[in-house]
Every structure is written in structure tokens, then in C-alpha cells.
Design a protein around this ligand. Structure first.
Ligand SMILES: C[S@@+](CC[C@H](N)C(=O)[O-])C[C@H]1O[C@@H](n2cnc3c(N)ncnc32)[C@H](O)[C@@H]1O
Length: 413
């Protein structure tokens, strides 16, 4: 990567080749967005294989992006100690990657589960410390007040409730420490899933907890009955897996970042906690259109953490039309503009919407310009280069797979 301060983004992207990723040259197309000409660069700028991401990211979350995406922009636009922000932080991919790269971190998400899943990974514990803490937690909790028999063996259920009660009690007393937060995070992520590494019988993927009724149907169809799963062992197993690639210096970097990190759980349209003109780089992907009902996804995770999933779902933007979506994002852009340093950057990922029939970048470019940014480029990271670049000339992006489209804005110096 070039020295971020001296690099000229456009020529960097134009000349981009990498022996390990793309040997092709970048395709350049000039797009017109509301009268504004914007260069669009198409290439395979990063891949999942290019540089294996850290194991500490391996938490499932709906619509998360790969760590290689924020890493690309962090390398390009920041230096050590700069602040990196994600207003729609999700599982915290940008935040964790920024922490690993020696940046300061601000993460916001109106869903408090996001903070619960991100913050503990800045202070990864040792296995023996987790084992010791689990030994303090009784395995013999009461049965749950909800009927969870379609998910868990009765003994597993009592163990889950015991952990839940232990952490709730410590939260009440204000005594929760990094180990409790870690255990809560791992347990939350192990609640349901489709392998023996999860606490439940086979369900849909872990970020899509099904309802009690539909789980009963799954059990019937698969002729399955929940078997006992040892919660403490599975928490240890996932802990080992999450920290397996972390080096001692990465652990130090994350811990250092945790001391000054801000984890907010507010609406990203209004974040007065963030200092004006403090952020060097924002990398984010917004809530997209047509996302499936939040409550169906997260009710069990909310139950485990004593959160009201009804109240949370009201705080999450679930726009049904492009107009509605645009109204929210317009305000978010004004807020990001306020907190961005002069000369700072915003990399805004727009996803595949309605199989490529809606091109959100067409909406996003004017919104960024309105807020005061300049639009420097649109990057299309595509693993199906030929197809995608061909399609870009004429048609839509409907056939692209593993394609990210990122609109890059800058606040002028
Ligand atoms: C596409 S996901 C982000 C995923 C993230 N890039 C990752 O890698 O995990 C969008 C996130 O926006 C959050 N969100 C939705 N509406 C919001 C709002 N108005 N303010 C803040 N966060 C919001 C959702 O809770 C969700 O976590």
C-alpha cells in the first residue's frame, strides 16, 4: 500500500495490481450521477484468500462484510492513532480491524447486541481465565420461563439459564468484568446454529433464530430431539477458535484501542458524543432495504441478554422504499460530515439490492455531495471481473457474485 497521505487515490486504483490478488488491470468507467461525473474503478482489490483475516472476527451477524474490506481503506487512508468510525457497526468488523491496525475506534449501532458482540473482543482473555470463571458459575439453573424445549436438552437449558442469571446479577450490581462480557458474547453466539459446536439442536444459521413453532417443524422434519450439549466446553471451544490466530502484539493493540474506544448504541443520525472533526475515516455498510424482520432473527439473543427485542426493533431502520431509506441516510451523511476531519474519508458500501435492480450508489452520490463531501470514486470489488465490468458498461449488476460497491467521499481540506 502507498503512504496514505501522499497517495493519489485515483491513480492508485487505476494502476492497482497485486501478484497475490489481481494480475488484471483496473477497468475504469466514468459514471454520471445527477450531473456529477464520478470515476468507477473495477477490479479484484481484495479477496477473502488474499490475506487471511484474523480469527477474532469470526462471529456471525446478518449482512456483515469481510474484514478485508475495511482493511483496504484503513491501510490506504489512515496512520497509527487516527480515529476510524463505523456508524452501523454490526458485529464490529470495521472496529476490530481498526483496532488490529493500531487505530482508535468509534463504533455505533442502534442495536445493543452489536456492542455486546464487539466490545469483549478488544480484551481477549486467556483460556485458563475463562475456564476459571466458568468454574464459578453453577451448571444448575432453573428451567427457562420460556418454552425452549424445541431448541435445548433440559440439562443444556438449565446451564444456559444459569449463565444468563449469573451475568444478569453481576450487571445489576455493576460488577461485570471483561471475562463476564466475553462469556456472554460467546454464549450469545453459540445459542443456535447448525452444527455440534452450538448449544441447540440443528436450527437455521445462528443469526437467524427461528420461532418456537418453526423449530418444532424443523425437528419433526429432521426427526431430531435436542441432545445434551456441554455449555462450558462449547464456550471454551469457541474461545480457543476466536483467539487462535491472535499474536501477542495484536492482543496488545486491541487492548490499547479498548482504553479509548467509544461503543455507542444510538441512532447514527444523532451522535453528539462524537467530537466534531475528529474522525479520519468512516467505513460502513448501512441497513439495506428489505431486511427480514429483526425480531424473528434476534429474539433468543435478546432473551439471553435481558434485552427487549420489541423496543430494539423500533430503533432499527427498516426502510421499505428507496425514498424512506434516502431520508435516513441523508441525515446520517450530515452527521458523518460534521465529525469527519478536514481531509478525512468516508467509504460507504452499498449492497446488492433487489438482485441489482436498485443501484443505491445513484442515490448515495447526491446525498454525500449535499452533505458537503466530494465524491472521489466508486470502487467495485468483483471476483467475477469480466462479467461485472461488461455488465457495468451496459446493464445492471444483477449477475455479480461476491461484489462490493463502495462510494468513496472526502471532506476537503
Ligand atoms: C448491514 S449491517 C452492518 C454490518 C457491519 N458492516 C458488519 O460487518 O457487521 C447494518 C447495521 O445497522 C444497524 N442500524 C440500523 N438502523 C440504524 C440506525 N438508524 N442507527 C444506527 N444503527 C442502525 C443495524 O442494527 C445493523 O447492525
Amino acid at each position: 500500500m502507498p503512504d496514505s497521505r501522499n497517495s493519489d487515490l485515483k491513480s492508485y486504483l487505476r494502476k492497482f495490481t497485486s501478484p497475490t490478488i489481481s494480475k488484471r488491470s483496473t477497468k475504469l468507467v466514468i459514471g454520471s450521477f445527477g450531473g456529477e461525473k464520478v470515476p468507477m474503478f473495477i477490479n479484484e482489490f481484495w479477496t477473502a484468500e488474499q490475506r487471511k483475516a484474523s480469527s477474532i472476527h469470526e462471529i456471525s451477524y446478518r449482512a456483515c462484510f469481510k474484514p478485508q474490506l475495511p482493511k483496504f481503506f484503513i491501510d490506504l487512508f489512515t496512520k497509527n492513532g487516527d480515529i476510524v468510525y463505523d456508524p452501523f457497526s454490526g458485529r464490529g468488523t470495521t472496529a476490530i480491524e481498526a483496532g488490529l491496525c493500531g487505530c482508535k475506534v468509534i463504533a455505533n449501532d442502534s442495536n445493543p447486541l452489536s456492542k455486546l458482540m464487539t466490545e469483549p473482543r478488544f480484551t481477549p482473555p486467556t483460556i485458563s481465565a475463562v475456564e476459571k470463571r466458568l468454574n464459578d458459575i453453577s451448571r444448575d439453573g432453573p428451567p427457562s420461563e420460556l418454552d425452549l424445549s424445541m431448541f435445548y436438552h433440559p440439562k443444556t437449558e438449565r446451564e444456559i439459564v444459569a449463565i444468563r442469571n449469573y451475568i444478569a446479577k453481576k450487571r445489576q450490581k455493576g460488577e461485570v468484568d471483561y471475562l463476564d462480557r466475553w462469556i456472554a458474547m460467546v454464549a450469545t453466539n453459540r445459542l443456535t446454529g447448525h452444527s455440534s459446536g452450538f448449544l441447540s439442536v440443528y436450527t437455521l444459521p445462528p443469526n437467524q433464530a427461528v420461532s418456537q413453532q418453526s423449530q418444532m417443524r424443523i425437528n419433526m422434519r429432521r426427526n431430531q430431539v435436542p441432545e445434551y450439549r456441554d455449555t462450558h466446553n462449547l464456550i471454551i471451544r469457541k474461545t480457543k477458535s476466536l483467539i487462535r490466530t491472535l499474536t501477542a502484539s495484536q492482543v496488545r493493540q486491541l487492548k490499547r484501542a479498548s482504553k479509548q474506544a467509544q461503543f455507542l448504541t444510538t441512532d447514527s443520525r444523532y451522535t453528539p458524543e462524537i467530537v466534531t472533526e475528529s474522525v479520519q475515516l468512516t467505513v460502513t455498510s448501512p441497513p439495506f432495504l428489505d431486511i427480514v424482520q429483526y425480531q424473528d432473527d434476534n429474539w433468543l439473543r435478546c432473551w439471553f441478554n435481558n434485552l427487549d427485542s420489541n423496543a430494539i426493533s423500533k430503533r432499527i431502520t427498516m426502510a421499505k422504499s428507496v425514498e424512506e431509506w434516502t431520508r435516513v441516510i441523508r441525515d446520517v451523511f450530515y452527521e458523518i460530515y460534521r465529525l469527519t476531519k478536514k481531509g478525512g474519508w468516508l467509504a460507504f458500501e452499498v449492497g446488492e439490492v433487489r438482485k441489482g435492480t436498485v443501484r443505491l450508489e445513484e442515490e448515495v452520490v447526491p446525498l454525500g455531495l449535499d452533505a458537503g463531501f466530494t465524491c472521489e470514486a466508486i470502487m467495485i470489488n468483483s471476483q467475477e471481473f469480466t462479467k461485472t465490468s461488461h455488465i457495468w458498461g451496459v446493464d445492471n449488476m444483477g449477475c455479480g457474485t461476491n461484489t462490493n460497491r463502495i462510494v468513496i467521499f472526502r471532506k476537503e481540506k
